[in-house]
Design a protein around this ligand. Structure first.
Ligand SMILES: [Zn+2]
Length: 392
């Protein structure tokens, strides 16, 4: 029998409104300091902002001069009784900033007379709490049920949502960063992964980037996000079950075997470096899809060595530039880090970055229509080998 606790049951056990029962090491409060020397300050509404500077001597003392109402996140979790999956109901997000003109970008540094989310006039990489979080600390309410229906549990959506600005340059993109800048972002992801793992209620940390209006991006400034979920996500839960079955059957990790097989076949490999391989998976779902996988089994970004982080930065930039070379304009994409949950299944996890795009030709997008959205069955119009050929 599996000793992996399925996500829903796990959430039940550990209480999604877990703010009242903080876990982890109480001596380390991620809201005050960060592991790699980031400097934490507060915005006008109490949210935390953390500067990660190439020059550690850089002083960050600018004050947020805006008049902002205090943060009052109100997201609620409800569990779908038919699928056992949790849904976050975050009605307050409807009022969030939508495609502001460049001169009103809230992710640019502040300038005289124009305060933004970042009070300083410059920054290298900066992280701050999302103004419209789907998951947050201190959401009022208790574990309950929806309208007294015992099969539909509800709870405050305890967790944390952060924004990561990769560069202060509004018109840049991740693919335009230098290797040193990209490496700095890797360190920030590692820092935040470790910090959020010790944040009350967080069970899984998800670092990701949405890029392009086609993906629904509402701000053009190069940035990503980090979610600290109060449960193990359905996708991760399913992959952990598959990994466990494979391990019981073959005595090896399924991702390790896939990596070895893809490298041996070579047919879909896009970039192969000392510590990482980027390949189009044999059963790709998206018209553009690349997995970037470390050669060593590690549970999360925080566990990567310096050499692996350096190599990732170079490999990832190579992949992104190939993606941007596919069509005339920059490719819209989602870049998603698959990391081990905080408390369960860590031995069954193997870190992986997935990048995929909805663009299926120069002027056509793939929509998640009936089969994908209705049934979860993917139909890809492009073969994975064709995708790989175009990226090589
Ligand atoms: Zn900007």
């Amino acid at each position: 029998m599996s000793d992996f606790v399925p996500p829903a049951a796990h959430l039940d056990r550990t209480s999604p409104g877990g703010a009242a029962r903080p876990r982890g090491n109480p001596a380390r409060d991620p809201r005050r300091e960060s592991r790699s020397g980031g400097k934490a300050r507060r915005l006008a509404d109490g949210r935390e902002i953390i500067y990660f500077d190439v020059d550690p001597a850089q002083v960050r003392e600018a004050v947020d001069t805006r008049e902002l109402p205090p943060q009052a996140p109100a997201s609620e979790l409800r569990r779908d009784p038919l699928t056992g999956e949790w849904v976050a109901i975050a009605a307050h997000r409807q009022s969030r900033t939508y495609k502001p003109p460049a001169e009103l970008c809230p992710l640019c540094p502040s300038s005289p007379g124009r305060p933004t989310e970042i009070p300083e006039s410059t920054y290298d990489v900066v992280v701050f709490e999302n103004q419209f979080p789907s998951f947050a600390q201190g959401i009022p309410g208790d574990e309950s049920t929806v309208d007294g229906m015992p099969m539909v549990p509800s709870a405050p959506a305890t967790g944390r949502c952060e924004v990561v600005c990769f560069t202060s340059d509004h018109n840049s993109s991740f693919s335009a960063l230098s290797a040193a800048q990209a490496r700095a972002v890797v360190d920030v992801w590692a820092d935040r992964t470790a910090a959020l793992a010790e944040t009350p209620g967080v069970e899984q940390v998800f670092c990701f980037e949405n890029r392009g209006e086609e993906i629904g991006v509402t701000l053009h400034h190069p940035h990503g996000q980090i979610y600290g979920y109060p449960f193990v996500t359905p996708k991760t839960g399913k992959m952990l079950r598959v990994a466990e079955e494979y391990l019981n059957l073959h005595g090896r990790h399924v991702q390790g075997d896939v990596l070895a097989a893809e490298r041996a076949a070579g047919r879909r490999v896009v970039v192969d470096s000392e510590h990482w391989t980027a390949y189009v998976p044999a059963a790709a779902r998206w018209p553009v899809e690349v997995h970037v996988v470390p050669h060593r089994k590690v549970p999360d970004i925080a566990a990567l060595t310096d050499a692996e982080r350096d190599d990732f930065a170079v490999t990832y930039l190579d992949v992104l530039r190939r993606l941007d070379g596919l069509y005339d304009g920059p490719l819209p994409y989602i870049a998603a880090w698959h990391q081990a949950p905080v408390r369960v299944g860590r031995e069954l996890s193997w870190l992986r970055m997935e990048i995929f795009s909805v663009r299926r030709s120069a002027d056509k997008l793939k929509y998640l229509a009936g089969s994908e959205s209705g049934m979860g069955v993917w139909i890809n119009d492009v073969t994975p080998e064709q995708i790989a050929d175009r990226l090589r």
